[in-house]
Design a protein. Structure first.
Length: 184
């Protein structure tokens, strides 16, 4: 298999996973937009809730957890060094895998991580929307929307994230296998 075939697999993966990103983005933005329009149209007073401060700090803790988790996953998994280690370990476990199988295994693994990050970003926006509908206090809704939207936008599935994968796989396949045979 040549590099062009690997690029085709990656391009198809990016094209297919963009639909998932678009659905999460659309649902999150529409929920926020509906709530924002309701707020602008009606301008309801903040509800008098007995444990308002506890609810405020609880939503903040959840939002902070989601934001830190997104940052952690992005910093750990969405880098070339992680891709290289994953491919080397996969090849070590299955030395008979060819280039196409390695690419498919990598994009399947990274795709699940990307979906997790997008779901967390969308959840951050929805957390603000839920907080708004419980309390009618719009401040947290706006802040969580900005942070969640930023997370979704910077984690948009781009082809350039996977641009070097075919070359990394070629280098890994050139390394001698455990039984001493060289594969090119």
């Amino acid at each position: 298999m040549n590099i062009q075939d690997s690029r085709t697999v990656i391009n198809n993966f990016v094209k297919n996973i963009r639909l998932y990103w678009q659905v999460i983005f659309l649902i999150s933005v529409l929920c926020y937009g509906f709530s924002f329009l309701y707020r602008m149209d009606n301008s309801p007073p903040v509800r008098d809730i007995k444990h308002f401060q506890l609810l405020n700090w609880g939503s903040f803790a959840i939002a902070l957890f989601l934001a830190i988790s997104i940052l952690y996953i992005k910093r750990k998994y969405f880098r070339l060094r992680y891709f290289e280690n994953f491919l080397e370990n996969t090849r070590g476990e299955n030395p008979d895998m060819d280039e196409q199988q390695l690419v498919r295994r990598l994009v399947r693994h990274i795709g699940s991580l990307m979906k997790r990050v997008w779901i967390m970003g969308g959840s951050l926006i929805l957390l603000g929307v839920i907080y708004y509908w419980i309390t009618l206090d719009a401040w947290n809704m706006h802040v969580y929307f900005v942070v969640g939207l930023y997370s979704l936008v910077i984690n948009y599935p781009r082809r350039d994230l996977f641009m070097d994968i075919p070359y990394v796989i070629k280098e890994i396949l050139k390394k001698p296998r455990k039984d001493g045979e060289n594969r090119v």
